[in-house]
Design a protein around this ligand. Structure first.
Ligand code: FMN
Length: 326
């Protein structure tokens, strides 16, 4: 249906019922397509003070390793034009401590939980997956696992897993084998010309879906001190500045893999940002940096998405998924 016809229908009152916000990411059914993004909504139920976590499609927690990890030296974040730079360095309590201390609060809040895991070697990814497998299933609220392969691979001179099709497929395969029946998404990096090939490798190794994208490699310099602003020199750019990068990644992967579940993330600040990501081909979206500025951002994006669909006379989120493809 053309946008003009949809608007005419809306004006005529034909779309009187609220739009259907339900989303499907592969076999996973969600009440709506809006999630938090890993690392920007805490490890647990922190955002619950600002919004109803159960009202979101899912809560993606900060990436967890199989072990406690201290992260990078400060400063770890700084503002940059159009967004921010971070080098938090995946600080975290490890899967087991998280499951004991944080997961129960997420469950009490009624959140659908996506556990993000990382490792420095394939065997560390495998161990993290084993630990998640031990706590998932039954009545637990864990609905999917997201593999953050945008981290350095110690077995490949610290080149990012997600910059290599081979390393990505090894990490995915190791986790796939240990998480039978649990939806597994590979979260990829935009910092490679081979994104589509790497996405294909992830899907070929058993990923059920793709999360696109992680941060863009970047650097900021403090002119006064004449030194890099972040303690670890370089960092990851996120926020408005990466929105168009993420849209292109989603667009190209949707075109290459018409049936692959795709979760789009990068610079979504409002309902229209979510709409654009869906139109590029995402089945669902995540809100990251915007949440650091406004902890209610994921709920606001969801409300604005619903209002946009209603205004445009679009009856279902699925009607706009991938419509920008040509
Ligand atoms: C402070 C900060 C911490 C992050 N930590 C993680 C993380 O632990 N795991 C991960 O996969 N991505 C992490 N990310 C990346 C985000 O999940 C997201 O992919 C990226 O920031 C782009 O989305 P945005 O522009 O909406 O923030 C982090 C981003 C920020 C800003």
């Amino acid at each position: 249906m053309s946008a003009a016809r949809a608007r005419a229908r809306a004006r005529a009152g034909e779309a009187a019922t609220a739009p259907d916000l339900t989303a499907a990411v592969g076999s996973l059914r969600l009440p709506n397509p809006v999630m938090t993004a890993a690392g920007t909504a805490g490890h647990g139920a922190e955002l619950g003070a600002y919004l109803d976590l159960a009202s979101l499609g899912a809560v993606v927690v900060k990436s967890l390793a199989a072990f406690v990890w201290a992260g990078n030296p400060p400063p770890r974040v700084c503002p940059v034009p159009g967004g921010m730079l971070n080098s938090v360095g995946l600080q975290g309590p490890g899967v087991e401590n998280w499951a004991r201390d944080e997961l129960p609060m997420l469950e009490r809040a009624g959140a659908r939980v996506v556990v993000s895991v990382w490792g420095r070697r394939v065997d560390e990814f495998a161990r993290a997956a084993e630990l998640v497998a031990a706590i998932a299933g039954g009545e637990r609220s864990i609905i999917a696992v997201e593999l953050n392969v945008s981290c350095p691979n110690l077995e490949d001179r610290s080149r990012m897993f997600a910059h290599s099709a081979v390393a990505t497929s090894e990490a995915v395969a190791a986790c796939r084998a240990r998480l039978p029946g649990v939806p597994l998404w590979a979260k990829l990096s935009p910092n490679t010309p081979d994104l589509v090939a790497i996405a294909g490798a992830a899907l070929g190794a058993g990923a059920d879906g793709l999360t696109l994208v992680n941060t863009v490699l970047a650097l900021m310099i403090d002119a006064a001190t004449r030194t890099p602003t972040l303690g670890s020199v370089g960092g990851g750019l996120s926020g408005r500045a990466v929105h168009a990068v993420a849209l292109r990644a989603v667009y190209e992967c949707r075109r290459a893999f018409p049936d692959a579940p795709i979760v789009g993330v990068g610079g979504i600040e409002d309902g229209e940002g979510a709409v654009r990501m869906l139109m590029a081909g995402a089945d669902a979206v995540q809100v990251g940096t915007a949440t650091l500025a406004d902890p209610r951002a994921p709920a606001r994006v969801l409300a604005e998405l619903g209002a946009w669909l209603e205004r445009e006379g679009v009856r279902s989120v699925k009607e706009i998924t991938g419509v920008a493809q040509r």
